[in-house]
Design a protein around this ligand. Structure first.
Ligand code: IPM
Ligand code: MN
Length: 371
């Protein structure tokens, strides 16, 4: 029996998580385990009613689970950033989910916008660092003299760039990116370990030609980590260049390890080349703690409650969850069932089918049972 927490969240989140739960339950029936679900009411509605994003109680209760199955957050009634930072980033940071695993894999029967490329070309893993970089939340925004941090900032801006930060009209903001040896080394080790079971190639992403301090450290740690894996081929790529290579030569990549923000950016591109955001899953993993599995798309509030959203990214995220629980056969079974549904056009409208979210999920659940 596995105890799994479920957070539907906002917009289409609850519908896609329901569809995913049905598939994971079917996988349990087929592969011989039970899942005991506990639903958490976390998201915009509760925030608007009580002002709570994540409470101490939420975090305490969630810490009893190894896995959280997560839909999406974001709601038109709440200013952008509040729910994202307060809930999703809050969970990633609280549970120190330092690995953000994002497969970029084109499934048979889907469409890529890349001319001449197919499923054999588009199959790699992005391992995104998930707790550092520009996401640490250290920054400030202020006008001229008003701000008490002015002296600190004068060093950075006035001296370095010659800006007149004392003039009242000057408006300045800064945000600090943090890379640590420990933080990079643990996620890089994970990337190399994964690569050992794949094609043994790891590409590092950075912008060490400009942001020399933070990504200089990132590169040093990458070089040191690589030395422990002599069988793995490695390369450094700059983030701007890798966006080009993803489009031109996706077949070059096996495992790509990236700092947090670049990892965020390149995985939207990855989702697009694999067939669209509706198909891209992600796992936020702490191998020793509580991990969270989610589609990488947002909450699409426009489609809330309409039974139209494609549940595949969430169901695939469920497959990553099963893998993480140590059920690789069930995980593979779920992915096969997803591919069958695409081949049979038993999908939502975006993939050429005519099913609703619930029906598409139920079809995949049946396919898992009948494997
Ligand atoms: C993602 C999202 C999040 C991120 C946002 C919603 C905080 O874009 O999961 O990729 O930036 O990590
Ligand atoms: Mn993103």
């Amino acid at each position: 029996m596995y105890k799994v927490a479920a957070i539907g969240g906002d917009g289409i989140g609850p519908e896609i998580v329901d569809a995913g739960k049905g598939v994971l339950d079917a996988a349990g029936e087929k592969y011989g385990f039970d899942i005991d679900w506990t639903d958490f009411d976390i998201g915009a509605d509760r925030y608007l009613a009580t002002g709570d994003l994540l409470t101490e109680d939420d975090l305490k209760e969630l810490s009893a689970f190894k896995s959280i199955y997560f839909g999406s957050i974001g709601d038109d009634r709440v200013k952008p950033g509040i729910l994202e930072k307060g809930i999703l980033l809050g969970l990633r940071f609280h549970f120190d989910q330092y690995i953000n695993l994002r497969p970029v894999r084109m499934l048979a029967g889907t469409q890529t916008p890349l001319a001449g490329k197919g499923p054999e070309d588009i199959d790699f893993l992005v391992v995104r660092e998930n707790t550092e970089d520009f996401y640490v939340g250290i920054g400030s925004r202020f006008k001229g003299k008003e701000h008490r941090d002015l002296e600190v900032i004068r060093d950075i801006y006035s001296i370095k760039f010659g800006l007149d930060v004392e003039s009242d009209s000057e408006e300045i903001a800064y945000q600090i990116g943090v890379i640590s040896r420990e933080g990079s080394s643990r996620v890089m080790k994970y990337a190399f370990d994964v690569a050992m079971n794949r094609e043994k190639k790891v590409s590092s992403v950075d912008k060490a030609n400009v942001l020399t301090d933070v990504y200089g450290l990132w590169r040093d740690v990458f070089t040191e980590t690589a030395a422990c894996y002599p069988d793995v081929a490695t390369e450094f790529t700059f983030v701007d260049a890798i966006t080009m290579w993803f489009v031109k030569n996706p077949e070059w990549f096996d495992v790509v390890v990236a700092p947090n923000m670049f990892g965020d950016i390149i995985t939207d591109l990855g989702a697009m080349i694999q067939g669209g955001l509706g198909l891209a899953p992600g796992g936020n993993i702490n191998p020793e703690g509580t991990s969270l599995f989610e589609p990488i798309h947002g909450s699409a509030p426009k489609y809330k409650g309409m039974n139209q959203a494609n549940p595949i990214a969430t169901i695939w995220a469920g497959s990553l969850l099963l893998d993480d629980l140590g059920e690789p056969e069930a995980a593979a079974g779920v992915l096969t069932a997803i591919e069958k549904s695409i081949a049979a056009k038993q999908t939502t409208v975006d993939l050429g089918g005519s099913l609703g979210t619930r029906e598409a999920g139920a079809w995949i659940a049946d396919a898992v049972r009948n494997e």
